[in-house]
Design a protein around this ligand. Structure first.
Ligand code: FE2
Ligand code: FE2
Length: 160
């Protein structure tokens, strides 16, 4: 099925998810790399925060149950724990009006993402196109294109 999708010129689900990782990194980078501290444009960061929350939602609600069910239990549990750590950083970042403190939180988030995404791509995304075949993969790809994070959704391990 993976070959079929590639032949049709459609991006695989794993590739689409990896692209989201890079887009989120780029959004954080656009905020942190801006040279002026005065009037720093926060919009790329706001977009990256929203995109990361939605990315975590897609993984936890649609992707991880299938991967867990296919036997990747330990890596899924690690990813869930790391999502909760990032979720806390996102909440702090969103409430942080001071630019210096926001930059420090961005560095923390970038380190968290670096470790998380590397493992996720190597261990879980490597299996995703096999474990989530078409047409479920197609539905997820279209959600990646236009789906919305439900209002008030909180990642599994950050719920009290
Ligand atoms: Fe993740
Ligand atoms: Fe991810």
């Amino acid at each position: 099925m993976r070959i079929e999708v590639a032949e049709m010129g459609i991006e695989s689900l794993a590739a689409a998810l990896e692209r989201e990782h890079r887009e989120i990194d780029d959004g954080i980078g656009a905020f942190t790399a801006e040279p002026s501290s005065e009037g720093r444009d926060r919009r790329p960061l706001t977009r990256a925060i929203r995109a990361l929350r939605r990315h975590i939602y897609i993984e936890e609600e649609f992707l991880f149950p299938a991967l867990y069910g296919a036997g990747l239990t330990a890596p899924v549990l690690v990813m869930l724990r790391e999502h909760a750590q990032m979720w806390r950083t996102l909440a702090a970042l969103e409430d942080e009006p001071d630019t210096g403190a926001a930059l420090t939180l961005c560095r923390r988030l970038s380190v968290q993402l670096l470790h998380h995404n590397l493992k996720e791509e190597k261990v879980l995304y490597a299996e995703v196109d096999r474990i989530v075949p078409e047409p479920a993969a197609g539905r997820l790809r279209s959600f990646l294109g236009s789906g919305e994070l439900p209002e008030g959704w909180v990642c599994l391990r950050a719920r009290t």
